[in-house]
Design a protein around this ligand. Structure first.
Ligand code: FE
Length: 213
């Protein structure tokens, strides 16, 4: 058997990975950053091949990754997690900094920051694992890191459909639930208020659907 609920027990954080190539800036939210070695300091990210950020990293051979703090503004997740860098410059509404490798990044709502050079890539089907050597890192705040469990349980957020960990909501109780079709946010209640706005991605009530048994 394959119990998908078991996958929820794998701990992970949330991170913003970004890069720039020939003036084009891209960034997205991932929950797949891991430290790989300490000498040298290497980290890996796993990222969907279709993401604009992935193509940008593979061209520039550098990336930046920051760890989301638990108090991060949901607007950061809405912008970087649920929109495409092909369509907008996600950095335009944030104070953008540039690391020593010229990668764009933001410090708002982040507690740690890493500038990385790509040293290995591994094709794993829908996704690619990219190993980077950390050339610069900085602790930005003492705020706790945003874990995926906290985001899911407390903030009621889900992954976008192309995340490696995306799952359809599993209905485990009798409560009526409404799901945001864009970000997966779940509203619990018999009726969804007509003026309801998704707290994760800002979509109106018309973008919600009832979760069926
Ligand atoms: Fe939403």
């Amino acid at each position: 058997m394959l119990d998908k609920k078991a996958l929820y027990q794998i701990s992970s954080g949330l991170y913003l990975v970004s890069s720039k190539n020939e003036g084009h800036q891209a960034g997205c939210i991932i929950n797949t950053l891991m430290q790989v070695t300490s000498k040298p300091v290497q980290v890996s990210i796993t990222i969907n091949k279709e993401n604009d950020t992935t193509g940008t990293i593979l061209k520039s051979n550098v990336f930046h990754v920051t760890a989301l703090a638990s108090n991060v503004d949901m607007n950061v997740i809405a912008t970087f997690g649920f929109q495409s860098s092909k369509e907008i410059d996600k950095f335009q509404s944030f104070e953008t900094k540039y690391d020593t490798l010229d990668n764009p990044y933001i410090e708002e709502g982040m507690n740690a920051s890493f500038a990385c050079k790509v040293v290995h890539t591994l094709d794993v089907g829908s996704h690619i694992i990219i190993v980077g050597e950390v050339v610069e890192s900085e602790s930005l705040s003492q705020e706790n890191s945003m874990t995926y469990a906290y985001y899911h349980d407390v903030k009621k957020g889900n992954s976008p459909k192309n995340a490696p960990t995306y799952q359809e909501e599993i209905k485990t109780d009798k409560k009526t639930k409404w799901r945001c079709k864009i970000c997966g946010y779940i509203y619990e209640g018999e009726e969804l208020p007509a003026d309801f706005i998704c707290p994760i991605c800002g979509q109106p009530a018309s973008m919600f659907e009832k979760v069926e048994d």
